[in-house]
Design a protein around this ligand. Structure first.
Ligand SMILES: Cc1cc2nc3c(=O)[nH]c(=O)nc-3n(C[C@H](O)[C@H](O)[C@H](O)COP(=O)(O)O)c2cc1C
Length: 156
């Protein structure tokens, strides 16, 4: 198969979570980047068919948990290999909530960023959500997990 340069783009690994009414969901993402400094803004691309995307389309906030290098396969599998349409993911793990009640992880996580959604763009397979940072908390000084390390140690 032809080797693709696009596969050489590098990423981190995050949990993107949101809350709509009493409903919470989140999924593992690698497509999260800071896109502006003043004001601080981040973008994240979520597949349109994901339950997280369905909630985000109506929600006002999301939270990013930055997974650290100790992140386990259990955490990745809970949020990245199954859908919140069939399981209550946050019923199976310890979490805290930000000022708006959006959940974020506190273990295997080196930081959290809370965002208010300011824009979105449907790109076909994915929707790009743009968030303005409203809270930023360092949770540990462990190294953040990279997508390359995820693939080497945990990927399937
Ligand atoms: C390492 C990793 C990275 C992922 N990156 C993304 C991503 O950037 N965007 C996305 O929409 N899904 C991504 N996924 C897939 C979702 O996490 C997965 O399909 C999830 O089960 C969707 O759950 P939901 O239906 O509850 O939203 C990734 C999964 C893994 C394991």
């Amino acid at each position: 198969m032809e080797e693709k340069a696009i596969k050489k783009l590098t990423y981190g690994v995050f949990l993107l979570s949101t809350k709509l009414g009493h409903e919470m969901d989140g999924c593992v993402v690698d497509t999260c980047i800071q896109i502006a400094k003043e004001p601080e803004r981040v973008a994240v691309a979520i597949e349109n068919r994901h339950y997280t995307c369905e909630l985000l389309n109506h929600a006002k906030e999301f939270c990013i948990s930055i997974m650290d290098e100790t992140c386990s396969l259990e955490t990745i599998a809970l949020f990245g290999y199954q859908t919140g349409r069939e399981t209550n993911k946050f019923g199976k793990i310890a979490y805290e909530t930000d000022a708006k009640g959006v959940p974020y992880l506190t273990h295997e996580t080196c930081g959290m960023i809370s965002c208010h959604i300011v824009d979105k763009k449907d790109l076909g397979s994915h929707t790009l959500f743009i968030g303005e940072v409203v809270e930023d908390k360092v949770l540990s000084h462990k190294l953040p997990l990279t997508y390359a390390e995820y693939q080497k140690r945990l990927g399937k």
